[in-house]
Design a protein around this ligand. Structure first.
Ligand code: IMP
Ligand code: MG
Length: 175
């Protein structure tokens, strides 16, 4: 399937979104320690850029779940990697690339809360709010986008396009 001829978001636009999110997160967690949980693989670029803009003492760990086949969301979520860092008493920030139906994030939230953290917040780069099925509160959201399948800046279609510095729309064949 072809990519949009122009990016939906250029790397400069993404950098502005990440700057703004970092400022808000710095303000929320000023002088507190934070455990960042990066949701792999899609949030790799976002988390890496975001973390370098935070002036908060932090730990980093990773979550990997499988909830997607092709471009259709599945309601079921399988855990492939779970943090070994103890969550008890921690201020946790879950970092996600994109929230679509909300199934993945609400599953992760429930599981993280079982570890008895002091608090759990969510930072997401892109939000397809119109697609939401499971309600989730996003503490820090970069940008709400329309119902397009997007790739680049870590986000993939069947493992392709993650390396692109800009975000593109994946266009339907024949469209
Ligand atoms: P949800 O469970 O439907 O909210 O799906 C969220 C997960 O699916 C995210 O972690 C994304 O990695 C992936 N996803 C959803 N929409 C897109 C998209 O447009 N491009 C790439 N990945 C997507
Ligand atoms: Mg993802």
């Amino acid at each position: 399937m072809p990519l949009s001829s122009k990016p939906l978001l250029t790397s400069e636009q993404i950098a502005d979104l990440v700057d703004r999110l970092a400022q808000a997160i710095n303000a929320q967690f000023a002088a507190q320690e934070l455990l960042i949980l990066v949701v792999l693989k899609g949030a790799l670029h976002f988390a890496s850029d975001l973390i370098r803009r935070l002036d908060v003492a932090l730990e980093i760990d990773f979550i990997r779940v499988k909830s997607y086949v092709g471009s259709e969301s599945q309601g079921n979520v399988e855990v492939l990697l779970w943090p070994t860092t103890p969550l008890t008493g921690k201020r946790v920030l879950i970092v996600e690339d994109l929230i679509d139906t909300g199934y993945t994030t609400s599953f992760i939230l429930d599981r993280v809360r079982q570890g008895n953290p002091e608090s759990v917040s969510i930072a997401v780069l892109l939000d397809k709010a119109s697609r939401r099925i499971e309600n989730v509160t996003l503490d820090h959201c970069g940008l709400e986008i329309e119902d397009h399948f997007v790739v680049g800046y870590g986000m993939d279609y069947n493992e392709k396009y993650r390396e692109l510095p800009d975000v593109y729309i994946l266009e339907d064949e024949g469209a």
